[in-house]
Design a protein around this ligand. Structure first.
Ligand SMILES: [Cu+2]
Length: 269
């Protein structure tokens, strides 16, 4: 039985290491390569941290195993209590502090480009493409009418959609994130974007999708019983298709049940 437990507890660290080593090749961490350049930089940071953690994990497990092994084979010596080692304590306090400080400084430019408004790509702040409002349990999207700018307050000619966010590819775009009720999290795993939506706050997010496609948009914050239903999509498409989509939304919203020519005649009456 003793052997079983020994093998049992040895199995999990080994399984964790094998899993970590295999994950990048199989895409188990993230779904495929990032669709944005900034996302690739975030991935690089993630893998750097993963490597550091793996090295530390293997190191500490091997040291622990060695200490146990040595103690188990040294039957003559009685156990003794030690007050501790000042030198060791200094080493294991300073080493992690240095690693953390390095990471804090090293990730700064990615953080700055992602979050600091002054560094957002040109043109994004002035003309957000949409406002996304999270609510229990859906994503409401508000676009300005074609040719107009998004205002903070809803306008009569604004365009609305639910659970389907469209964005053009090849240029940096910004959206305004809000929440209507509780805390949600706007998560675009393919773009490596995750941002909490907080009631009472308008939070800007920018991204530059490089690839066309449909990408998952999820809520990553347990927000109530219907949390699982907050699955939406981002449609990344060419600029012309994006403009066509807005025009189609506009036509659909202005549809009054009459053919176009009739409705003109009706207004003139
Ligand atoms: Cu939610």
């Amino acid at each position: 039985m003793r052997k079983f437990w020994c093998l049992f507890f040895m199995f999990w660290p080994i399984a964790a290491i094998v899993y970590s080593a295999m994950s990048p090749a199989y895409g188990w961490w993230f779904p495929g390569a990032s669709v944005t350049e900034l996302g690739q930089r975030i991935d690089n940071l993630f893998y750097l941290i993963l490597i550091i953690i793996t090295v530390v994990f293997i190191g500490t497990q091997v040291a622990l195993g060695y200490a146990l092994w040595k103690a188990a084979h040294n039957k003559d010596e009685k156990s003794h209590f030690s007050h501790g080692s000042h030198n060791l304590e200094v080493i294991w306090s300073v080493a992690p502090a240095v690693i953390l400080l390095f990471l804090a400084l090293y990730q700064m430019d990615v953080w700055r480009d992602f979050r600091v408004k002054a560094y957002f790509p040109e043109g994004t702040i002035e003309s957000p493409i949409a406002e996304v409002t999270a609510r229990q349990f859906e994503w409401r999207i508000r676009y300005p009418a074609p040719g107009k700018k998004l205002q903070l307050k809803p306008q009569p000619d604004d365009l609305y959609a639910v659970n389907d966010l469209h964005a053009p590819i090849g240029r940096a775009v910004m959206i305004q994130l809000r929440s209507e009720d509780v805390q949600h999290a706007f998560f675009l795993p393919h773009l490596r974007i995750k941002q909490d939506a907080i009631p009472g706050q308008v939070i800007p997010i920018w991204f530059k999708a490089e690839k066309k496609g449909l990408f998952e948009l999820l809520c990553a914050e347990l927000c109530g019983w219907g949390h699982y239903k907050m699955r939406a999509q981002l449609t990344a498409e060419r600029e012309v298709d994006f403009q066509d989509y807005l025009k189609k939304l506009q036509a659909d919203q202005n549809y009054d049940g009459f053919p176009a020519s009739d409705s003109v005649a009706k207004k003139e009456e």
